[in-house]
Design a protein around this ligand. Structure first.
Ligand code: DAH
Length: 345
């Protein structure tokens, strides 16, 4: 019977084929050719209906045996190919090679500077305070001597939640909250995020500030000057020169803006004969705003301005980080580029 012979011949043929196959893809080709839906075995089986009924069982049984035999041949060959592949990989594996160190993150430069500044003030006896980023108009403006329609509000336009609730435009409302929840004498710094409607090369809609407030008896401008000078030399180095310029803020009187000698050119205005781009050759850079707490602010929180005096200051953290580390572009702080961030590890 031809069909039985044909079936039996499949086994040695496949053995030969498998002996020559050296890859999994060749193996797969053979599997399709022998066992696939249109493969050799299937083709033989398709002639089964043409046989005399009495012959069919013997052929059918044979076909099943052959199918099992073919499948076993495949499995054995596949196993030996897999084993050979693993052996090759193991031969390449060098257990004496040093491992790859896991990637370690680092603190963001904004966080680093914020912590450094808070540490300096902790040493000076200040507490670290915080307040909400979603703030009431009253704390953000009104209690800070900026009533509705006050022109100083224009400088700090922001994102309003409702008419009276907004993203805080500065950390100064923490001054108000601190004075309401504590009794003088008190000294706090308050780091945190603030929001403004600015967005250009040197402004981002969100940035970080640190607020400072000290209230007690007989606090004077000399205390403010000494404190801020010590603080700025702590951050920018003992050689740093500090100058105070008269300015205006609604919540302080008198008010000042503070400049430090430019830490890029050392105050010379030039670097290697080139004009310094950071201080624009003036030798000074503006670093913070400050002043003596306005009596109107004391009144808003129920402190007697005849009894208490105090000073306050506020500074932008990204600005300090840019000057301290010589970072030229504010946007780098928010792009999350690991090549930038990893430099502060
Ligand atoms: N809040 C001010 C701003 O964002 C900065 C500031 C100036 C804070 C003077 C102060 C201060 O506490 O005394 O522009």
């Amino acid at each position: 019977m031809d069909l039985l012979k044909e079936l039996e011949s499949l086994v040695p043929e496949l053995e030969r084929g498998l002996g020559q196959a050296s890859s999994l893809s060749e193996l797969e080709e053979l599997r399709v050719a022998f066992l696939g839906r249109k493969g050799r075995l299937a083709r033989i089986m398709s002639s089964l209906p043409g046989l005399a009924p009495a012959e069919r069982p013997a052929v059918g049984q044979k076909a099943n045996e052959i199918k099992t035999a073919l499948t076993e041949l495949f499995d054995a060959r596949k196993e030996s190919l897999d084993a050979a592949r693993e052996a090759r990989a193991l031969a390449r594996f060098d257990p004496s090679l040093p491992g790859r160190a896991p990637w370690r993150g680092s603190l963001h430069p904004t966080t680093l500077v914020m912590e450094e500044i808070c540490d300096i003030f902790r040493e000076l006896g200040y507490d670290v305070a915080s307040g909400p980023e979603v703030e009431n108009d009253h704390y953000n403006f009104e209690a800070l001597n900026m009533p509705p329609e006050h022109p100083a509000r224009d400088m700090q336009d922001t994102l309003y939640i409702t008419e009276n609730v907004l993203m805080r435009t500065h950390t100064s409302p923490v001054q108000v909250r601190t004075m309401l929840s504590r009794k003088p004498p008190l000294a706090v710094v308050a780091p945190g995020k603030v929001y403004r409607r600015d967005s250009d090369l040197t402004h981002t809609p969100m940035f970080h500030q640190i607020e400072g407030l000290l209230v007690g008896h007989d606090v004077s401008m000399a205390d403010l000057r000494g404190t801020l000078t010590a603080f700025l030399r702590g951050v920018f180095g003992g050689e740093t020169r500090v100058r105070f310029r008269p300015s205006f803020f609604p919540f302080t009187e008198p008010s000042a803006e503070v400049d430090i000698s430019c830490c890029i050119c050392g105050g010379a205005g030039h670097v290697n004969g080139e004009p310094c781009r950071v201080c624009k050759t003036t030798g000074w850079v503006e670093i913070l705003g400050c002043g003596m707490v306005d009596p109107a602010v004391f009144e808003a929180v129920g402190y007697d301005p005849e009894e208490f005096t105090g000073f306050a200051f506020g500074l932008g953290v990204e600005r300090v980080a840019m000057l301290k580390y010589g970072i030229g572009d504010l946007r780098m702080f928010f792009e999350n580029d690991v090549r930038f961030l990893a430099q502060f590890g």
